[in-house]
Design a protein around this ligand. Structure first.
Ligand code: UD1
Length: 354
């Protein structure tokens, strides 16, 4: 059988690039499709350094249907892993239309282009944010859904859209992967999260405090109903998360229809526990201050990953220390992230009909 390629939208981003590495290491052919809006072509060069294989790359937008059709026409693609999208929760409350247009309209256009190209397997990058404030911890996939931000609602609406499509057309298969909190970096130390501007998320912010780029970490609230008053999250090593996508792709070969899975470890950590775990990796105590709660944060998001363990044969294997050590290895070797390296793609990789 001729090996078919996987199209990875957003494949130059944080989770996308780590997933591309796992796909290439598993011998899959990969086509990256990314508009480089919030990522750098340098990530693609580093994927090649790590794997010794050059993924096919297009700089193009998921809103550009003609570009999508052209790429599907050029390669024998049989499945799509869809990461592309805007992802900052706070920003989504300021510019909701941009979020709905990019994340929802963009996904509809991608699904239309897939249908016209007869590609009907999709793995979608969803989020634990779809659980809102869950009634039961750890959270099973059957927990009620209720997203609290425009960003979260884009994830939830896209889940509904894909599920409706699979119900209407039985030849579609979809894996909706609800990520908990990705952390860590590639063990090579040359690839990791590369936030532009001030990081919104805990671990990249803490990493920038450690290299002296930020003065201290603000801990958003210590009056939550948790063991130390700070919020609990389920931090999962990005390499484990990446491997979950391979397991989901395999699952789609069984024609399961639309299935959703939590990708988490099942173990929650508080903000203070994360600070201390990262202190250990860095070898000194990092400065932090307790400040007011951040709007929209919920006390506890911890996965029940049993379904993914059973049905995908996948389990998070790396520890919190692995995540902290790899993050520190990446951040200390690359204090400016990928800044300073040519960020744009080669001209021949650009397709733009918008
Ligand atoms: C959020 C989104 C999630 C999204 C993820 C990545 C929600 C509920 N979650 O996760 O959907 O996929 O971002 O963009 O919308 N914290 C601090 N100080 C900081 C930063 C964070 O104390 O400077 C705390 C937060 O209050 C929270 C924890 O650290 O308790 C984790 O925050 P963060 O890394 O931003 O992730 P989430 O908010 O869980």
């Amino acid at each position: 059988m001729v090996q078919k390629a996987v199209l990875v939208t957003g494949g130059a981003g944080y989770i996308g690039s780590h997933t591309v590495i796992e796909l290439l290491n598993a011998g899959r052919e990969v086509v990256i499709y990314d508009n480089l809006d919030n990522s750098s072509y340098e990530a693609v060069r580093r994927i090649e350094k790590i794997t010794g294989k050059a993924p096919i790359f297009y700089k193009a937008d998921i809103l550009d249907k003609k570009a999508l059709l052209e790429v599907f026409g050029r390669h024998a693609i049989d499945s799509v892993i869809h990461f592309a999208g805007l992802k900052a929760v706070g920003e989504s409350t300021q510019i909701p239309l941009d979020y709905y247009y990019n994340n929802i309209t963009g996904t509809i256009i991608l699904l239309q282009a897939m249908k016209e190209s007869n590609v009907k397997n999709i793995v979608f990058s969803s989020s634990a944010t779809v659980y809102g404030e869950p009634p039961v911890i750890p959270i099973p996939e059957t927990s009620p859904t209720d997203a609290k931000s425009p960003y979260g609602r884009t994830k939830l609406f896209v889940e509904h859209i894909i599920r409706d499509l699979c119900t209407a057309e039985k030849d579609w298969n979809a894996g909706l992967l609800r990520y908990f909190n990705p952390a860590g970096a590639h063990p090579s130390g040359i690839l990791g999260e590369n936030p532009t501007g001030i990081p919104n998320n805990l671990m990249p912010f803490l990493a920038q405090v450690a290299v002296g780029k930020r003065e201290f970490l603000s801990v958003f609230g210590d009056d939550y109903p948790t063991r130390d008053g700070t919020c609990i999250r389920d931090y999962i090593h990005v390499v484990d998360l990446a491997k979950g996508h391979l397991a989901a792709l395999k699952k789609l070969e069984e024609n399961p229809g639309c299935v959703e899975y939590n990708l988490g470890t099942g173990v929650g950590s508080t903000v203070l526990e994360m600070i201390h775990a990262f202190d250990k990796a860095v070898g000194r105590e990092l400065p932090y201050k307790i400040v007011a709660r951040r709007a929209g944060d919920v006390p506890n998001l911890t996965a029940d990953p049993t379904l993914a363990n059973k049905e995908l044969g996948w389990k998070a294997e790396l520890s919190l220390d692995d995540a902290c050590n790899s993050l520190w290895n990446w951040q200390s070797n690359n204090p400016q992230g990928l800044e300073g390296f040519p960020a744009d793609a080669p001209k021949e990789a650009v397709i733009n009909y918008l």
